[in-house]
Design a protein around this ligand. Structure first.
Ligand code: PGA
Length: 250
């Protein structure tokens, strides 16, 4: 049985004060849930967020990190630094990182390996653009991203990896994949993972859907057999919206 994982991705939003206000509210209205709840926040808010969520069932994640432990990489944040703060998760390979910051599958692969080495759970993001989907390249795009991003991992390592399927055309657009499109893509992902590792890894890996998931569509999306959670951008910025998605994961 795969557990649900509901993770917020704040992107470049919220000052430290705003982050703490959110967490105070979230803790106050948090529904009883068996889902893993994660808030992924900007680096500047991580330290205080970890302290503010101690003893709760809310885990804190980063939105990116370096693949290197330390060194001359001005402006970068290392996995050791995240680990030291008590951060448990890290979003890697988000489409905005791929597109705006030109992260390649090889670079994301190095980060995924570094996260596993340091005991951080990567939320490994993949997804096709609308042009790629319309050209019939869904399977090949996901295959390239998965094979490249998870290259060199052992079947055992996959117990520590969460995959987030985020069709680029659905991110921040208000256009959500239909439940059938989401489930179908998640099956494609499981098949690729099965071929790369084995059937048991594919059956056990948690796959989140991301792309305009919100309080209104979460229950239907999360009701699909192969959808094990959500990676939520816009609708994770207000605690009142986020809790509705958490409550839908049942
Ligand atoms: P969205 O973002 O929910 O605002 O579409 C999702 C994401 O980018 O992870």
């Amino acid at each position: 049985m795969r557990q649900y994982i509901i993770a917020g991705n704040w992107k470049m939003n919220k000052t430290n004060r705003e982050a703490l206000e959110f967490i105070t509210e979230l803790k106050a209205i948090m529904p009883a849930t068996k889902a893993q709840v994660v808030v992924c926040a900007p680096f500047t808010a991580l330290s205080d967020l970890v302290k503010a969520t101690e003893g709760s069932n809310i885990a804190i994640g980063a939105e990116n990190m370096s693949s290197k432990d330390s060194g001359a990489f001005t402006g970068e944040i290392s996995p050791l630094m995240l680990k030291d703060l008590g951060v448990k998760y890290v979003i890697l390979g988000h489409s905005e990182r791929r597109e705006i910051f030109k992260e390649t599958d090889a670079c994301i692969n190095a980060k995924v390996k570094a996260a596993i080495t340091h005991g951080l759970t990567p939320l490994f993001c993949i997804g096709e653009t609308l042009t790629q989907r319309e050209a019939g390249h869904l399977v090949s795009v996901l295959k390239t991203q998965i094979n490249g991003g998870l290259e060199g991992l052992m079947a055992d390592d996959m117990k520590k990896v969460v995959i987030a399927y985020e069709p680029v055309w659905a991110i921040g657009t208000g256009v959500t994949a239909t439940t059938a499109q989401a489930d179908e893509a998640h099956v494609v992902v499981r098949n690729i993972v099965s071929a790369m590792f084995n059937a048991s890894v594919a059956a056990n890996v948690q796959i989140q859907y991301g792309g305009s998931m919100n309080a209104a569509n979460a229950e239907e999306l999360l009701g699909k057999e192969n959808v094990d959670g959500g990676l939520i951008g816009g609708a994770s910025l207000k605690a009142a919206d986020f809790v509705k998605i958490i409550a839908a994961a049942k």
